[in-house]
Design a protein around this ligand. Structure first.
Ligand SMILES: NC(=O)c1ccc[n+]([C@@H]2O[C@H](COP(=O)([O-])OP(=O)(O)OC[C@H]3O[C@@H](n4cnc5c(N)ncnc54)[C@H](O)[C@@H]3O)[C@@H](O)[C@H]2O)c1
Length: 440
């Protein structure tokens, strides 16, 4: 069993640390934010991730949290799980990665494992920086992380694949061996290919979402129901049903930035990646279509009250980074609407200026002229909609994730609008049809 130091106690660092401890390794997770580490040491998680608390608790004897760099670097493998947010230009801000490299003391013998998502070519630069500092006994392996928030523990422990890109075969062997307890195929590659796999995978998933969103927009114009269209497409084995869920656009800390990283990487290398421009633009416009729908039903939004249900960028996470809710709230405020909001978990206080946050869905809906389903939390799909109607001023629901039952809402007296579901197509829908849910 290996001794692992992890840099970064965020979504990837805590999940990787806990799951590697679950596999029997001894793990030290280090973060620079003292409050995060204090909470972790007090048995509290600084993030919301279903099932993670149990794995952390079960492995306490093999899992330590610290702010001290010495305890983290004194290990056989050093995992880099720090954030790589976008800069103003859309390129990757690798400042936290470089800080970790600088923190490795002279004479260290270890393997540096890059889990953070970085542009292709980063491994080469890190290798050169290590060599320049005389850290020739520090190996370098790219092992990108594919977990998704909300299902991160399952994704790590039942991974579809583990990608290991190494300069030195023995270093790659050591990283592969760490995952021996997992039933997942291991793909051994060179470092740039491993880096590219991560960016290409996220760009492809984002492309599918923007594609189905455009199909949805056309469905509205031609009288089709995108739910049925997506199902019919997904049953084709060449296509598959995942990531064909229309909605109000993707967000989160990964897709938007990773797509931007890839687009800029291509551009900086002399290639114009046309398709990704469209993926990004469609996603931006999709968030704003909700405003047009609201105007269609309510006319001018000045003085109208709009309640946003769900704020996190997707269900089962508290992550608000690049959440469509933030763009939507800002657009609605700019139109002169009064905006209220509720999320079962995400704490948006301080982030959504001018938005009234309700302690419950019904509190956010009180006096509203419209409810917008922004995040497909089960609590929102299963809301007491009769109760909601009784507190709202106008009975209008814009289902931005197509998770509500149109018949039921209409029976309750709501005007109901969704994404890619033409009125004419909805009236032909069998009454028993259940809305489907899938997470991005
Ligand atoms: N969140 C996801 O779903 C996900 C999935 C796959 C890959 N990734 C990638 O993994 C990386 C981390 O993402 P995240 O969501 O966990 O980020 P995060 O922001 O949740 O966590 C990063 C942590 O690193 C800490 N940190 C910064 N500098 C440090 C240092 N020198 N030493 C130790 N800790 C330091 C920060 O304080 C923060 O707590 C990113 O590159 C991201 O693109 C994220």
């Amino acid at each position: 069993m290996a001794r692992i130091g992890i840099f970064g106690a965020g979504y990837v660092g805590i999940v990787s640390g806990a799951c590697l401890a679950e596999l029997g390794h001894t793990v030290v997770v280090r973060d620079v934010v003292q409050e995060r580490i204090e909470r972790l040491n007090a048995g509290e998680l600084p993030i919301y991730e279903p099932g993670l608390d149990e794995v952390v608790e079960r492995n306490r004897d093999r899992l330590r949290f610290t702010t001290g760099v010495a305890a983290a670097v004194d290990n056989d493998l050093l995992f880099v799980c720090v954030g790589t947010p976008p800069t103003h230009s859309g390129d990757a801000d690798l400042a936290a990665v470089w800080t970790v490299i600088e923190e490795i003391p002279p004479g260290t013998r270890a393997i540096l494992v890059m889990k953070s998502t970085v542009p292709v070519g980063t491994g080469e630069k890190v290798r050169a920086a290590l060599d320049a500092r005389g850290l020739v006994d520090v190996g370098y392996v790219s092992c990108p992380e594919f977990l998704a928030e909300g299902t991160a523990v399952r994704d790590f422990l039942s991974s579809d694949r583990i990608v290991v890109g190494a300069y030195d075969e023995a270093d790659g062997d050591a990283v592969e061996a760490l995952h021996a307890g997992l039933d997942a195929p291991v793909l051994r590659t060179d470092v740039p290919s491993a880096e590219m796999i991560k960016l290409a995978a996220n760009a492809y998933l984002g492309t599918r979402i923007s594609f189905i969103n455009e199909i949805a927009n056309v469905c509205e114009l031609v009288g089709a129901d995108v739910q049925q269209v997506a199902r019919g497409m997904g049953l084709d084995r060449r296509i598959g049903e995942h990531y064909l869920r229309p909605g109000i656009g993707f967000g989160g800390s990964c897709f938007p930035k990773d797509i931007s990283f890839l687009k800029l990487l291509a551009g900086n290398s002399g290639y114009h990646f046309q398709l990704l421009n469209a993926v990004i633009e469609v996603n931006e416009l999709q968030k704003r279509r909700v405003v047009t729908k609201l105007q269609k039903h309510l006319g001018s939004l000045r003085g109208k009250r709009v309640a946003l249900l769900g704020l996190a960028f997707k269900p089962n996470t508290d992550d608000l980074r690049e959440a469509p809710s933030i763009v939507l709230a800002a657009r609605l405020l700019a139109e002169g609407a009064e905006v209220s909001a509720w999320d079962p978990v995400a704490d948006a206080s301080g982030l959504l200026k001018g938005v009234r946050l309700g302690a419950s869905a019904l509190e956010a809906l009180a006096g509203a002229d419209a409810a917008v389903v922004v995040t497909e939390w089960p609590q929102i799909a299963e809301l007491d909609w009769a109760g909601a109607k009784s507190v709202m001023r106008t009975s209008l629901v814009i289902d931005g994730r197509n998770v509500l039952d149109p018949h039921e809402l209409k029976r309750l007296g709501f005007a109901y609008d969704a994404v890619g579901r033409a009125e004419s197509a909805l009236s032909l829908l069998p009454e028993t049809q259940e809305p489907e849910r899938e997470q991005h």
